[in-house]
Design a protein around this ligand. Sequence first.
Ligand SMILES: Cc1cc2nc3c(=O)[nH]c(=O)nc-3n(C[C@H](O)[C@H](O)[C@H](O)COP(=O)(O)OP(=O)(O)OC[C@H]3O[C@@H](n4cnc5c(N)ncnc54)[C@H](O)[C@@H]3O)c2cc1C
Length: 478
Amino acid sequence: MTHHDDAVAAFTQLLGANGVITAAADQERYVRDWAGARLGMPLAVVRPRTTEEVAAVVGYCHRNGICMVAQGGHTGLVKGALPDSRTPEVVISLERMTRIRGLDPLNFSMAVDGGCILEEVKRAAEEADCFFPLSLGAQGSCQIGGNIATNAGGVNVLRYGMMRELVLGLEVVLPDGEIWSGMKALHKDNRGYDLKQLFLGSEGTLGIVTGAVLKLTPRPEQSQTALLAVPSVEAAVRLYALTRRRCSDLLSAFELMPRLCLELAFEAAPQLADPFDEAYPYHVLLELTATGPVDLSGLLEGLLEAGMEHEVVLDGVLASSVAQAGQLWAIRESMVEGQLLRGEHLRTDVSVPISSIAECVEQATAEVAALSPTSQVIAYGHIGDGNLHINVLPPAETPAEALPALFERLERAIFTVVDGFDGSISAEHGIGRSKQAAFLDRLTVTERRLLAGIKAVFDPDDLMGAGRIQPASERSSS
Ligand SMILES: Cc1cc2nc3c(=O)[nH]c(=O)nc-3n(C[C@H](O)[C@H](O)[C@H](O)COP(=O)(O)OP(=O)(O)OC[C@H]3O[C@@H](n4cnc5c(N)ncnc54)[C@H](O)[C@@H]3O)c2cc1C
């Protein structure tokens, strides 16, 4: 028996035959991400059902020097959950850990397994007249553990914060198999270092999130959605400030979409109707939500009028029903699919101060035009968070083998522009493997040393999520 056969036999004993997948054909869906990317094949895919089973598998791997990678819904966009191509890793999938452990409507909190699908968590919260605000396009597949590991953002961040602000407690299996239980449901807990926050955004490199206590809010009783046409990015940013001032704290989403995004959405979902008669350069999709007796439609109509007066709004569609609001949101969601249909393209996820967004888009667009005049730039995203996806669709005739070098040049140019505004090269998707070089290039010596020190405390043998965020070779030089 080889070392690997021994491991598979041990996992089968721990989890039963159903809990271990070794046939290459059956592993297929665990080795590809949402965009179809793949790297290597795993030593095995294991599917524990409980925290104790996760701990048993991790403990075995730790004692036997076997590398592991946690996997949620594999919707991550930086290749972090894909098994490595050089070192065989055990994929630890949380797909069978889907229990809602409890919900406390008076405390506005709920406890869940790490493998719960985000959409199901949202549904369970709504059934108790509560609301879990994390909302993103992948919510039908991504898991709470993955959302925590990536510190996910989405469309409601401007009002409710990122995942980091939505977690009260955590349960984590540490890289040596020990279970750390921090499943507290406290809204205030100021005892020294906040250990749970270390796992938020750690991308599976410090431990496997098996449970979480999530922070809820009251379920919004009403919402108003509008798609407004605006003349420029600069106008969209001014409209954002106007909306915040006029609509109190009731703004829950504010998304920028250039015209090309609408066209991509219609290509992906031809059943969607263009809500405008004219082709405007930019659009803002915004949503107000509230509980209690608030006149949201009055607020929105007043905003539209004020926006026109200030010349930051050219035209607008206010959804008159939940179904119409759904149609407007479907445009936002389908445009991501539309980009995929156009083939390989450069995706970025950057942030700058909100006040610098317009200048950043202008400079990035000019840099891309200088390097590749016939490429198409689409700059869209969560501009209420200063978060833009400055994506580039290459000319259709570009040979496939020329794309990686082109994307590298374009990405470097866009990141240099972002640096000019003291921005971030990864606003919400994390580092994984895709953003690693750019991330490492921008770390100071002190940051490298501190990051390496944190990893050394949790996982000195580098067995969990090895090679993601800061690879061992980088750590030894810090
Ligand atoms: C259409 C689409 C839209 C998206 N929109 C957004 C958006 O608006 N905002 C945003 O932030 N992201 C967005 N994403 C990215 C993605 O959905 C998030 O990163 C999500 O949080 C990943 O969750 P997952 O369960 O799929 O994790 P995976 O992809 O399975 O894993 C991601 C990383 O987390 C680690 N991990 C997974 N589960 C665990 C666990 N239980 N414990 C420890 N580590 C774990 C993995 O090892 C990997 O490094 C989008 C993706 C798609 C496909």
